[in-house]
Design a protein around this ligand. Structure first.
Ligand SMILES: C[S@@+](CC[C@H](N)C(=O)[O-])C[C@H]1O[C@@H](n2cnc3c(N)ncnc32)[C@H](O)[C@@H]1O
Length: 256
């Protein structure tokens, strides 16, 4: 019998956001293959003696190709190893968890998916921004701001420029000017509030509040670097009153 591969979400940073299922697997597995965006404090939770393989993948820098990662998982599973494939955030949200699961299924390897807190959910919560709100946003849409091989960002801009829907843009820093220009030219107001959250849920979190019209200038002025998540929509206006993480008034959080 080959081993099982557990495709596990590590959450966006704060190790306290790891699920109990993920934590138990890190304690019991034979090997962990992990991505660059997995927080070092989560890596520190892997039991001693477990094989660790750094896959090093980020949105556009790869130390292992996707094919090499797939074959590493396959080789470990065929050696009867139980393997945790540990990914930042949630494995099924811009995490290629689907591609890896497909590959394993094609090769007859048993797998399990363990969801994680996505960057969207983590950054929004820790920035004090409810992604939906009965008066401000009736829906939320997760969008990639980056295409494979740096291809032109061709999104359905007309459907995205909807004041009732919050947009969460992953990997969008490099294409911020296109995002700004296209949304405004498709009817979104330049004064729409925008938050850019870097290293969300970690002690290094920075939360920049701006407008759609000023997005590019804010990124340049504040020297914002990845990993960053961009939230666009009326709900961002609530960030001023809900900055619980910035105020850091919750001693229980530190104790956990
Ligand atoms: C390849 S995607 C992985 C997304 C992940 N699977 C998820 O569910 O959040 C990487 C992007 O997620 C976002 N991201 C991940 N961790 C983040 C963090 N701690 N703070 C802000 N954005 C983050 C950034 O947009 C980053 O470029």
């Amino acid at each position: 019998m080959a081993g099982t591969v557990y495709i596990v979400g590590a959450g966006p940073g704060d190790p306290g956001l790891l699920t109990l299922r993920a934590y138990r697997l890190l304690q019991q597995t034979d090997a962990v293959v992990y991505d660059r965006l997995v927080n070092s404090e989560v890596i520190a939770l892997i039991a001693p003696g477990v094989i660790r393989v750094f896959a090093g993948k980020s949105c556009n820098r790869h130390s292992m190709t996707q094919e090499e990662i797939n074959h590493t998982l396959l080789a470990l599973a065929r050696k009867k190893k139980h393997v945790v494939r540990l990914k930042g955030g949630d494995p099924f949200i811009f995490g290629r968890g689907g591609e890896e699961a497909e590959f394993l299924a094609q090769h007859g390897i048993a797998f399990e998916i363990v969801p994680g807190i996505s960057a969207a959910a983590g950054c929004a919560a820790y920035a004090g921004i409810p992604l939906t709100h009965r008066q401000l946003a009736s829906g939320v849409r997760y969008v990639t701001g980056h295409r494979q091989n740096d291809d032109k960002l061709a999104l359905n801009w007309a459907s995205m420029a909807d004041a009732d829907t919050t947009l969460v843009i992953y990997m969008g820093l490099g294409n911020a000017d296109t995002i700004r220009r296209e949304l405004i030219s498709h009817g979104m107001d330049a004064s729409t509030p925008v938050a850019v959250i870097c290293e969300g849920t970690t002690p290094h979190q920075r939360r920049h509040i701006t407008t759609l019209g000023q997005l590019v200038q804010t990124i340049a002025r504040e020297r914002i670097e990845p990993p960053a998540t961009i939230i666009i929509g009326r709900v961002v206006a609530l960030a001023g009153t809900m900055d619980w993480f910035g105020m850091d008034t919750l001693p229980v959080r530190k104790a956990l």
